[in-house]
Design a protein around this ligand. Sequence first.
Ligand SMILES: Cc1cc2nc3c(=O)[nH]c(=O)nc-3n(C[C@H](O)[C@H](O)[C@H](O)COP(=O)(O)OP(=O)(O)OC[C@H]3O[C@@H](n4cnc5c(N)ncnc54)[C@H](O)[C@@H]3O)c2cc1C
Length: 484
Amino acid sequence: MYDVVIIGAGVSGSAVARELSRYNANICVLEKCEDVCDGTSKANSAIVHAGYDCEPGSLMAKLNVEGNRMMGQLAEDLDIPFDRCGSLVVCTDENERGGLDRLLEKGRKNGVPDLRIIERDELVRMEPNISDTAVAALFAPTAGIICPFTLNIAMAENANVNGVEFRFNTEVYEIHRKEDAFEIITNNGTVFSRCVVNAAGVYADKFHNMMSAEKIHITPRKGEYYLLDKSAGKHVNHTIFMLPTKMGKGILVSRTIHGNLLVGPTATDIENREGNNTTREGLDEVAEKSALTVKNVPLRSVITSFAGLRAHEDHHEFVIKELEDCPGFVDVAGIESPGLTSSPAIGKMAADIVEGIFHFAKKDRWIGTRKGVINPAKLTMEERNALIRKNPAYGRIICRCETISEGEILDAIHRPLGAKSLDGVKRRTRAGMGRCQAGFCSPRVMEILAREVPGVSMYNVTKTGGGSKLIVGDIKDTLEGGAQ
Ligand SMILES: Cc1cc2nc3c(=O)[nH]c(=O)nc-3n(C[C@H](O)[C@H](O)[C@H](O)COP(=O)(O)OP(=O)(O)OC[C@H]3O[C@@H](n4cnc5c(N)ncnc54)[C@H](O)[C@@H]3O)c2cc1C
């Protein structure tokens, strides 16, 4: 019997797991995918929002501003790249200036520090590629950019080091309230727990509605993006937003923490909770609307496109509470944007709720820090040479676009909750994220996975777990019709 079962190893579930790992409790995370960070947390804008556009007084506003404030220390503790580059909401029509004033007022009510409206002259000095129609902007210096993958992975890794168990490829089907525990039925057997934390992303309403008479409803709201090569990464210096609409923050243009340029997302309500494909219309909208705020976006440097699904709750609010009609069941639902930003505060709030019910004792020894995969590119030449002398694998470059060495890939595979697939390696090291999008390094990373991961051979290495096998058989067998 567990004390706490958390459903979902996205950024929310992992943040809750890390916060709860401070206590003497038997905790398990159940995740249907083969790795952490395989839901919405892997496909978003990766902006640490300042917090001026949430409704004052909402939980979303409170946790956004708190999460933003906590992010600097968390990034340091967990060795995650984070840059407070600042954001600009650009107004391109004199008649819409009121929109900036309203955001400024909301931001001040939400407690966002150092917000101010800047005029065109200053804006052009800050952003030479700003649109010729830009008249003014709201400048938020506390906004930032982060790596969404390592934020999620690092919190999960740290929770695991502090004793939280993670069960992957484990899909929760049903939950039943028994006298003194929840019975949780999965594809991998039944588990029992005194408490359930529902952090299932776009599926969180399904579990909430299983347990409560008060129903909630989540709509998957798709956002599509173009990602551009690093050669385009300096096209803007800040994150550039348009004025928000009722569907969200609109199309942004931003450099990423790793130096690429990101353009998107759209906002389209869909029914399919797995519908994270891109579309021609969506990407055309990205191209068209990005030009409203930033000129000459070099779209010929696109290296990939992707889409993510926001878990849009009907009231556009985070739902983080113990169910009144089902004690011990705690929702972390409706976590749409700014969920990534808010995640440190979401983790703390949900853990406080659970602790308030069960009064777990604090551990005498809790490890609050973690070291990321060593990046030789960040070392001095002397340090790099010393590292390679000690471990020659750091001298063998596997991904040429991102200059990722075998040493980094081995570290990603063998660390706690290590990588088991190509995407697992990619999200931990960036191998395969460069200009050629894994065209050259895939076979070499596959060889390393087949050599290093127990139970994995060249024939069953996957892109991202499940049925995403990369090799269907030997060419000779295939040609002779003998492929299995
Ligand atoms: C287009 C877009 C742009 C965004 N931009 C930003 C941004 O710039 N800044 C920001 O702060 N936020 C942003 N967000 C929001 C942010 O990405 C999300 O709020 C956050 O990632 C949600 O994390 P989560 O853990 O709640 O959900 P998820 O990451 O989806 O995790 C849920 C997990 O639950 C698992 N799961 C589901 N059902 C089951 C089951 N039955 N059994 C077991 N496991 C299950 C899933 O596999 C998944 O891993 C954006 C979102 C989108 C879509």
